[in-house]
Design a protein around this ligand. Structure first.
Ligand SMILES: NC(=O)c1ccc[n+]([C@@H]2O[C@H](COP(=O)([O-])OP(=O)(O)OC[C@H]3O[C@@H](n4cnc5c(N)ncnc54)[C@H](O)[C@@H]3O)[C@@H](O)[C@H]2O)c1
Length: 306
């Protein structure tokens, strides 16, 4: 298959590119390198350094003729979305509207879309969160990611475009940016490998669904041929506290660092974990990498790539 991966120079997108190449697909990457890195892109995938909103995006659709577009390009920071909701909406909502429109116009068979299980539902009314939970985002980012979902649904109704939406838990793993404000595993791993202290937001007992990036990549492989016009939670079904992440990383990096506790993050959802039974039934997906294994793989990568 010919597959265009938008955001393929980013953390999650780069793992999807590798998974697709490993399955024998032909892959190109569209990424403006806003947060992505050239070095993340596998040598067998051609990188086009283009902004989704640029005129060249349409030209790339015409020249590459993708059968599937995997759309991961986004403004992926909740904090940035709070400071600049218009930019966030332009990239996430407007960017997905553009991809949906071009895909329909250029005869793309399907769009696979990265949404956010941790933010579109808002404060969970019950746990684990299923896909039928009310959509009530508590951040501009959650709203803009959900807006992207709605554009794909609309383009299906009006132009017959097929899509699969994957709502991830909190991703972690190799190549996650340790300098951003998202991604507690990457931030703590980076600090601990330098022997530096980590600040835990609030009391550290907030529990979220942390998912190894390789499991996310596999869901994107399965979605190539299944999950027509549906949204799926992609998570472990379990919550892990920040205190547990801290102690697991302390062990994995052979440290005995004392945590420092800071103020809780404003607007943060305290507890969420996702029910991914629907992805199990319809995509044949279930997580394979345990939290301990994932942390071992992540620390090994950060050690080798310091
Ligand atoms: N990291 C998570 O835990 C998580 C959870 C749920 C959903 N997601 C979604 O998964 C996707 C990837 O997230 P990530 O964590 O790998 O973030 P990331 O920042 O590493 O990846 C995003 C990529 O999109 C590119 N990009 C941004 N704006 C662009 C534009 N206008 N044109 C072209 N490219 C652009 C960036 O350069 C980057 O390579 C995003 O859509 C994000 O919303 C991430």
């Amino acid at each position: 298959m010919r597959i265009m991966v938008t955001g393929g120079a980013g953390f999650i997108g780069s793992h999807i590119v590798e998974a697709y190449l490993a399955e024998g697909h032909e892959v190109c990457v569209l990424d403006n390198l806003a947060t992505g890195r050239r070095a993340n892109v596998h040598r067998d995938a051609r990188l086009y350094e283009i902004d989704i909103h640029a005129r060249e995006t349409e030209r790339l659709f015409e020249e590459f003729h993708p059968e599937v577009v995997n759309h991961h390009a986004a403004q992926a920071s909740v904090k940035v979305s709070s400071g600049d909701p218009v930019h966030d909406l332009e990239v996430n909502g407007g960017g997905t509207a553009r991809i949906a429109q071009l895909a329909a116009r250029q005869g793309v068979r399907k769009v696979i879309y990265a949404s956010s299980g941790g933010t579109v539902y808002g404060e969970p009314q019950s746990l684990p969160v299923t896909e039928s939970h009310p959509i009530a985002p508590m951040s501009n980012y959650g709203l803009s990611k959900y807006t992207g979902e709605l554009y794909l649904e609309l383009t299906h109704r009006t132009a017959g475009l097929d899509y699969t939406t994957l709502r991830y838990g909190n991703a972690y793993g190799p190549r996650q940016d340790p300098h951003g404000e998202a991604g507690v595993v990457a931030i703590f791993t980076g600090l601990m490998l330098r022997g530096e202290q980590c600040t835990i937001d609030g009391d550290g007992e907030q529990k979220k669904d942390y998912l190894y990036v390789g499991d996310i990549a596999r869901a994107n492989v399965l979605a190539l041929t299944a999950g027509s016009c549906e949204a799926y939670n992609v998570g472990t079904g379990e919550g892990t506290t920040v205190n547990t992440i801290f102690s697991t990383l302390n062990r994995a990096t052979a440290n005995a660092i004392e945590p420092r506790y800071g103020p809780p993050r404003p607007g943060d959802v305290r507890n969420f974990w996702l029910d991914s039974a629907k992805a199990g039934r319809e995509l044949g997906w279930a997580p394979r990498v345990s939290f301990d294994e994932g942390i071992t793989l992540t620390v090994a990568w950060f050690q080798a790539n310091r």
